[in-house]
Design a binder for this molecule. Structure first.
Ligand code: SF4
Length: 152
């Protein structure tokens, strides 16, 4: 397992804007019915990682405007509670995630929640990229495996 120094891993240098998968209307990535976007690329190298293929920043396919539009359409279903960002490592793909969250907030206000599953601890991303803290997902399940905590 790797532990980065502050500023060592930067999304803008690492992200290739690839996603491994997108799953609408799932029940397993947070509370309620959710739309889940799996970002590609992770450097933590946790022992027992559930999907090592997602460590590659070129795993899957390139994120597209069409996919983003589809996510917004799916989130518009009344029974969908929110969006989940996971991976791979969503905080090493902030260019994708922050743009998507911005559109979600503009379209739905606070009526849809945003969760993230990340290898970073709660303090790390804000310390690394303080300008982005205000865009951070409200609920974040964080920490390298096997330790996970949840902000409530
Ligand atoms: S943070 Fe998640 S995706 Fe990355 S190595 Fe650890 S378990 Fe795997």
């Amino acid at each position: 397992m790797r532990n980065p120094r502050p500023g060592e891993w930067l999304s803008e240098k690492l992200s290739q804007r690839y996603v491994g998968d997108y799953k609408p209307f799932v029940f397993v990535d947070g509370e309620g019915v959710r739309c889940s976007l799996y970002l590609s690329g992770c450097l933590f190298a946790c022992e027992g990682c559930f999907n090592e293929a997602t460590w590659s920043f070129r795993y899957g396919q390139e994120y597209s405007q069409e996919l983003e539009d589809q996510i917004l359409t799916d989130l518009g279903q009344e029974y969908v509670q929110g969006l989940t960002l996971l991976g791979g490592e969503p905080f090493l793909n902030t260019g994708v995630c922050l743009g998507l969250i911005d559109r979600v907030r503009r379209k739905f206000g606070s009526s849809k929640d945003v969760w993230s599953w990340t290898g970073y601890t709660f303090e790390e991303p804000a310390a690394r990229e303080p300008g982005q803290a205000r865009h951070a997902p409200r609920n974040r399940c964080s920490g390298r495996r096997p330790v996970r905590t949840r902000e409530t």
